[in-house]
Write a protein that binds this ligand. Structure first.
Ligand code: GAL
Length: 627
């Protein structure tokens, strides 16, 4: 597979006489792709029904003639001002019932039928006009669904659509009442149109109600995206891409990815470290200019699975961003490392965001490859270096990893609906397991829960709302909190874990504050969560108070708590030893990724690291043929 680089560009921000020089410089940098157009609706359709495509025709022509392939974005993340006059009730509504307003972006509600039709309309006009344009080699739908928390909307439109969704799913109000247990607190409904959204209740809403609303919300996002994909496919054979984000559990990316040809995501490692990784202050200081050593890789592995293996980075951080609590500059070499890491995880293309820093508006403090005065920013040289290296580097393909890790959006909605401990966060639970596998030097495939576990030596599936029977066919570690609920978020008749083959019951659970871990005999501890396991299955690990901590029936293992890092390391090492899987103990910050032919090493540490006879400088990247 040929790997390529690209960049995000906004021709509408710059005088037209700069475009040709910009395009030539992009090519000189070694870039092949340029993404444009995703925020330019006010320039495409300055007034309802009056279009101006000439400038875009010329921009595409200029970029294309320079040798660049264009990714054309549909502009639906930024409806123009006239749109909100035409549809004054199109805004997303926050949890307090307050409509969000015009003046930034993503000011639409996924359940607004009128806006969904506007989105289909502008997409169709663009697809008709550019669908066969030889320079338009890919499409991007919208931009970052759920950015700025916009997937969930508590609007009247959402309420009506949710009532329909409930009617389709449950068929009768009685069935819904039974499924949710609405006899509790006299919450029974007589008809679907009595159902409100679960936001303005006096105290906590029914978790079954919340879970249903989260599933509905995901379906709305998927449907919105599908409308655009379907209409683009009528006029174009170019692949359709959407740019996902980091740590987003507001909609099911597997469902959304099923409608795409290529999944992509926007990777801002340093912004994420300070904004959404949950790192300790010590780690934030250590990795301040590099980003968390596993956060990028996790999303590479996750999004690779969402559209049958084809994936890109659509936006790669080039320097300081503007939106994190603090915005330091990367350690020299990191923009190069981040690109190589993406390629090692199977990315086809990495696009830097953005070509030139804008001197105006919200993102004027956000770096690009060029400074606002059109001189080079530090990242341009790094991008050029990667381009050069790509030309000389071996062509590598993705290998199936030995270990699978299940990620399930439905389970994220479930535990967000009723966490039971304020820090029970499904993403964190899965990410902790991922980190442990990576510390052991393993390459990982993140997979949906429909995975066939017999294809992997080991599958980890913590925190699943319900456990499919197929999972128990492989060597699998389930729990904590797996199969302890029904599909509708009630306790199963036999208490659970509802896992085929296991005879264990969880008779009570306890959530644990940070200052009260429970030690496991032999090393490590449970943090945040612990279950009282009762039954005849083989006990593999015990708490220091001798209660079972991990049990097994054959090759189905069940963990009765949330392991801290030491316990995860122990579990991974024990399993690897039992099945003859090669692991190592990597130094802090060093990470490995195996492709089909090569092993890559990446040094996220702020200093040089030596391991197994190899020394990598800070931001070092190394690859060797696999033996
Ligand atoms: C992304 C977004 C871009 C830009 C960028 C800044 O979330 O897709 O449009 O805002 O962040 O880092």
């Amino acid at each position: 597979m040929k790997r390529t680089l690209g960049v995000c560009y906004y021709p509408e921000h710059w005088p037209e006489d700069m475009w040709a020089a910009d395009a030539a410089k992009m090519v000189e940098t070694g870039l092949s792709w340029v993404r444009i157009g995703e925020f330019a609706w006010s320039r495409y359709e300055p007034e309802p029904g009056r279009f101006d495509w000439d400038w875009l025709d010329r921009a595409i022509e200029t970029l294309g003639n320079a040798g660049l392939k264009v990714i054309l974005g549909t502009p639906t993340a930024t409806p123009p001002r006239w749109m909100v006059d035409k549809h004054p009730d199109m805004f997303p509504v926050d949890q307090n019932g307050q409509a969000r307003g015009f003046g930034s972006r993503r000011h639409y509600c996924f359940s607004h039928d009128g806006y969904r039709e506007e989105s289909r309309r502008i997409t169709e006009i663009m697809a008709k006009r550019y669908g066969k344009n030889p320079h338009v080699a890919a499409w991007q739908t919208d931009n970052e669904y759920d950015c700025h928390d916009t997937a969930i909307s508590w609007s009247d439109h959402a309420r009506t659509a949710f009532q329909d969704w409930c009617a389709q799913r449950y068929q009768s109000p009685d069935a819904l009442n039974r499924a949710w247990g609405n006899v509790f607190w006299s919450m029974e409904y007589r008809s679907f149109d009595e159902i409100e959204l679960p936001n303005q209740t006096v105290c906590e809403p029914n978790p079954s109600h919340l879970l249903a609303f989260r599933r509905f919300t995901s379906d709305q996002v998927v449907r919105f995206n599908r409308v655009q994909c379907d209409v683009i496919r009528k006029y174009s054979n170019a692949p359709i891409i959407h740019n996902f984000m980091g740590r987003i559990t507001a909609f099911d990316h597997f469902d959304c990815g099923a409608d795409l040809d290529i999944s992509s995501w926007d990777s801002y490692p340093m912004g994420f470290l300070l904004d959404r990784v949950n790192a300790s202050d010590e780690d934030k200081a250590r990795y301040l200019r590099q980003g968390d050593p596993d956060f990028q890789a996790f999303h590479h592995d996750l999004y690779r699975a969402t559209s049958a293996g084809r994936w890109w980075i659509m936006e790669q951080q080039p320097g300081p961003v503007n939106w994190a609590p603090w915005n330091p500059a990367p350690l020299p070499g990191m923009p190069r490392l981040w690109a190589w890491e993406a390629f090692a995880h199977g990315a086809e293309t990495v696009c830097y965001f953005r070509w030139r820093q804008a001197p105006f508006a919200q993102e004027q403090m956000h770096a690009g490859l060029m400074l606002p005065d059109d001189t080079d920013a530090p990242c341009r040289a790094e991008a050029a270096q990667v381009a050069q290296e790509l030309a000389e580097a071996p062509t590598v393909g993705t290998a199936q990893a030995p270990v699978a890790l299940v990620f399930d959006y439905d389970s994220a909605y479930a535990w967000e609906s009723q966490p039971q401990g304020c820090d029970f966060d499904y993403f964190q639970l899965v990410f902790d397991a991922y980190k442990a596998l990576r510390r052991a030097g393993l390459s990982v495939d993140v997979v949906p829960k429909t995975v066939d576990p017999t294809q992997y030596k080991l599958t980890l599936a913590p925190g699943l709302l319900t456990v499919p029977d197929t999972l128990a066919q492989g060597r699998v570690i389930l729990g904590p909190r797996a199969g302890l609920k029904t599909e509708d978020m009630t306790i199963p008749e036999d208490l659970g874990p509802d896992v085929v083959g296991l005879k264990t019951r969880t008779t009570f659970v306890e959530s644990l504050p940070p200052f009260a871990p429970m030690a496991v005999a032999g090393g490590g501890a449970f943090v945040k969560w612990r279950e009282n396991l009762d039954g005849d299955d083989a006990v593999i690990l015990c708490l220091e108070n001798s209660a079972p901590a991990m049990v097994a029936a054959g090759t189905t293992f069940y963990l009765g708590g949330w392991p801290d890092a030491d316990l995860w390391d122990r579990i991974v090492a024990d399993q690897a030893q039992a099945i003859g899987l090669d692991t190592t103990k990597l130094p802090d910050g060093l990470r490995i990724r195996d492709t089909d032919t090569h092993r890559f090493w990446f040094n996220y540490a702020p200093d040089s690291v030596t391991h197994d006879g190899r020394t990598l400088p800070p931001a070092g990247v190394l690859w060797e043929k696999r033996t």
